[in-house]
Design a protein around this ligand. Structure first.
Ligand code: ADP
Ligand code: ASP
Ligand code: MG
Length: 851
């Protein structure tokens, strides 16, 4: 056969051919395809079940029900025919065929009713009506759409081995027949429309290929006719990473190797018949699973190509309603041939085993069978081992129903260490008990047996452990990484990037994204040191990310994009000084942990802070914020350590503003106030507008953060303001110009205090019930009085440290130490995740919520 364009086999599933609209849509697609086609039709959606249920009802003596099934069958098909064909011969012929099929069905079910059971052979004959009628209707619809099409009965073409209920096609005979019967039609540009699912046995009777068998019909015809492509049109976008009914965020797999798709199918993903890949496995035929609802989408390509070896795990599949059969006995150890005889016995019954496992002790052999076949399996085995059972060599042959097989599938799994460990860790996390385990020696799958009720949790746990819902998911992570996204890329952010990149690949922390007001830069593989340095230079020169290779987007959009990639342990670091609460909560929703150097979200209203904490708890994400107080000094950390060891913190006093400390210690040593402020700005200790610090607002924020640690639920204190009202509203330039007018007064104050042996300090005090931020005087010889430069000091008065408080003191300002504090939090998150850590601050808010 030679054609200008290559032959394709198109199969339309029952879910697609659900009603007249579905049939018309399918006909439309077919008619619009310019190249040669062979079409395979499934029964209309639900019809196979309807026919089987009717037949079962008939054998149970419920004749009415069987008659109702026949009536429904008749009505549904008549409706479709009326809707899609014009009055005339075509319609009359179709209606006559439908009437005949319904009549035969009624008569046949009456006959099986007399017999009292549905033999597989009779059942096949009964259900074959579904496909035979749907294919006729579809052929007519294609004709109505003005393409030449003709119905060809599968019984003329698909030869099988005659195993009723699940026959295997005879490829050689089918190929000859297909070429002889379908070949000439294709040559004359007529589209054959063939019923799926059915074939003929060696004795000429009708058999079926097992549930979902139309997929197999399509691939068998693909092979027989040497088609270039087999397209399965389905109600899903393609083959997904898991059954979308179990895992709502299952993702489309763009490409799979034949072998991988075969495993997915074998392990029960209903999307493909278990044996559908066999006919085309060693061919160049490409199988496409495509969306009937959205035909422009590419769907999944199954082919001989091997792509994305970097993502070893591709999908999680499930075989439901299984029973575990076990042959057990101490006497089996070392006795050869037991396994062979076990499977020979099962094979003789033509039972399909999906998973086999054997403990290395050899004291038992187990395997799974479909639940309805378990009893037959047990009977066959008891018979095969009757001697061993009698003489005690085998203790028991038993079946455990109510189980399912979950299989983790992917070609690259072979030789990738750590996959099994991740699977089982994920299951343990979900409290799923694993009944049995098997790993195919091909290492293309790991399968395990769980109780049926555990299936949803098991599948979801594994799916999320490998981040299969994410772009680039499916990789095992040998050393768990922490992926950092920075909100803000100012001085602290750049220092942090430098410290992270400086670890030179030795750290498992990477920067994957940066956000600023203009947009974002993102690379899920991590931003290189070089790139970060370049970006930092450009930012130093005043550029915005969107202008230096970034994308323009709002921060919320940027986070959504980043979250759709397979990042691990994502941490959002907030180094802005904005009101970012909403964005932070959105980030929690996307699965980010949070590290804050930004005080505003924690020091605002108690409700905003509580909201953030409860959101974090609900999302099981951490919030750390050591750098908000005392930069890199371990202040919040010390608080937790005290509390964790059973102490109670009664009060915290501190000099926590680097700028105020610098200014006050400078004027104590004789500098003019205006000079001291100017120097603080120049050295980068103060905010660009130093009034932010001089007003005490920044210190007050730190104070309220400390107080909230202890359960304080009020607002931030009104701080002592070092900026006189007359200078509060003038421009920054004016402010700096008029600063010297304050010098004399400050100098006098300093002298006054000095004469009493005291110095001025800006001190915050926090207790569970109160919080303040004051300019006061302290003895020059005290710990606070002795502070110099930008040093911070925090004193914890606790039950244990009551008379002499526990003091933490050291450099408390500057980008380097602040970045160090942040990095410490990032490492802290990496260490605590999985240990169920919850930030201490939370407990108060939980109490608040609960009470
Ligand atoms: P058809 O209409 O062609 O017979 P099926 O109903 O047999 O199609 O197969 C599609 C169904 O398979 C989907 O509706 C979905 O619920 C189920 N399914 C199970 N596992 C998967 C998977 N991994 N990917 C896609 N669909 C799946
Ligand atoms: N109609 C059959 C079934 O429902 C075959 C198929 O749809 O592929 O199993
Ligand atoms: Mg199907």
């Amino acid at each position: 056969m030679r054609h200008s364009s290559p032959l394709e086999i198109w199969k339309f599933g029952g879910a697609s051919l659900a009603d007249a609209r579905g049939v018309e849509r399918a006909a439309g697609l077919i008619a619009a395809h310019p190249g040669p086609l062979v079409v395979v039709a499934s029964a209309f959606g639900g019809v196979t079940d309807l026919l089987l249920d009717g037949a079962r009802a008939a054998t149970a003596g419920k004749r009415d029900e069987a008659a109702r099934a026949a009536a429904t069958f008749l009505r549904r098909h008549r409706e479709v025919v009326h809707s899609i064909t014009p009055r005339g011969t075509l319609r009359r012929t179709l209606l006559a065929a439908i009437d005949a099929a319904a009549r035969e069905y009624r008569e046949l079910s009456a006959a099986v009713g007399v017999l009292g059971h549905v033999e597989a052979r009779a059942s096949d004959l009964l259900v074959s009506r579904g496909e035979r009628v749907s294919a006729r209707v579809l052929a007519a619809a294609v004709q109505v759409a003005r393409r030449r099409a003709t119905y060809v009965d599968a019984v003329e073409v698909i030869a099988t081995d005659g195993q009723y209920g699940g026959a295997a096609p005879n490829l050689a005979v089918t190929s000859r027949r297909a070429r002889r019967i379908l070949g000439p039609l294709i040559e004359t540009r007529t589209i054959p429309v063939v019923p799926g699912f059915i074939g003929y046995a060696p004795d000429g009777s009708i058999t079926t290929l097992g549930r979902g068998g139309s997929d197999l019909t399509a691939t068998v015809l693909g092979r027989a006719l040497r088609a270039a492509r087999v397209v399965l049109w389905k109600d899903v976008p393609g083959i997904l990473t898991a059954d979308p009914r179990l895992v709502p965020d299952a993702r489309l797999i763009p490409q799979l190797h034949h072998r991988e798709a075969a495993e997915v199918a074998h392990y029960g993903a209903k999307v493909l018949h278990p044996r559908a890949l066999i006919p085309i496995a060693d061919t160049r035929i490409v199988l496409h699973v495509r969306s009937f609802l959205d035909p422009n989408q590419p769907g999944t390509e199954v082919s001989a190509r091997r792509t994305s070896i970097g993502y070893p795990v591709k999908a999680v599949a499930t075989v439901h309603r299984q029973a575990v059969l076990t042959v057990a006995g101490k006497g089996m150890i070392g006795v050869h041939g037991i396994a062979a005889r076990t499977f020979a016995a099962v094979d003789a019954e033509r039972l399909s085993v999906s998973t086999i496992f054997q403990a290395s002790s050899e004291s038992s052999i187990g395997f799974t069978l479909p639940e309805p076949e378990a009893e037959r399996g047990v009977r066959a085995l008891r018979h095969a081992f009757r001697d061993e059972l009698a003489n005690g060599l085998i203790d028991s042959v038993s079946a455990r129903p109510g189980t399912a097989v979950v299989a983790v599938v992917g070609d690259g799994m072979a030789g990738t260490p750590g996959i099994a460990a991740r699977v089982f860790a994920a299951l343990a996390d979900g409290s799923v008990n694993v009944v049995a385990i098997a790993q195919g020696s091909s290492e293309r799958n790991i399968s395990l047996v769980v109780t049926e009720s555990d299936v949803p949790v098991a599948v979801r746990q594994i799916h999320s452990a490998f981040q299969l819902s994410k772009i680039g998911g499916g990789r095992p992570i040998s050393t768990p990484r922490t992926d950092v996204v920075m909100l803000g890329f100012g001085r602290v952010g750049r220092a942090l990037a430098d410290q992270i990149a400086g670890a030179n690949g030795e750290s498992d922390v990477r920067v994957v994204g940066l956000l600023d007001r203009s947009g974002y830069v993102f690379d899920p593989r991590g931003l290189s040191r070089r790139r970060l340095l370049n970006l930092a230079h450009a930012k130093d020169a005043g550029a915005q990310l969107a202008a230096i290779g970034g994308r323009r987007a709002s921060s919320a959009e940027a986070l959504t994009t980043m979250a759709s990639h397979a990042v691990t342990r994502p941490v959002l670091v907030d180094v802005t000084s904005e009101e970012t609460s909403d964005l932070l909560r959105a980030a929690l929703g996307h699965g980010f942990h949070l590290v804050l150097a930004n005080k505003k979200p924690l020091a605002g209203s108690a409700e905003t802070c509580a909201q953030l904490m409860t959101d974090a708890a609900a999302a099981r994400r951490q919030i750390r914020y050591e750098a908000t107080v005392g930069a890199g000094l371990p202040i919040i950390d010390t608080y937790h350590k005290l509390v964790d060891t059973g102490d109670r913190v009664l009060r915290i006093d501190g000099c926590v503003s680097g700028t105020l400390m610098f200014v006050l210690s400078a004027i104590t040593s004789g500098a003019a106030f205006s000079e001291a402020v100017r120097e603080a700005v120049e050295r980068g200790y103060a905010e660009p507008d130093p009034r932010e610090d001089l007003s005490g607002r920044d210190a007050a924020r730190k104070a309220v953060i400390l107080a909230r640690l202890m359960g304080y639920q009020g607002a931030a204190p009104a701080p002592d303001d070092l900026v006189p009202r007359s200078l509060a509203r003038v421009t920054l330039g004016d402010f700096m110009k008029r600063l010297p007018s304050l010098d004399a007064e400050w100098a006098a104050r300093v002298r006054r205090e000095a004469s009493r042996g005291r110095v001025l300090r800006y001190v915050v005090t926090a207790t569970p019930r109160s919080v303040s931020a004051r300019l006061t005087s302290v003895p020059a010889s005290s710990a606070m009085g002795a502070l110099e430069g930008t040093r911070n000091l925090v004193a914890f008065t606790t039950r244990r440290y009551r008379t002499e408080p526990l003091v933490v003191s050291g450099p408390g300002a500057g980008p380097e130490v602040t970045a160090a504090g942040i990095l410490n939090d990032i490492h802290g998150i990496a260490g605590a995740v999985g240990r169920g850590f919850m930030p201490r601050l939370l407990e108060h808010y939980w109490r608040l919520k609960i009470s």
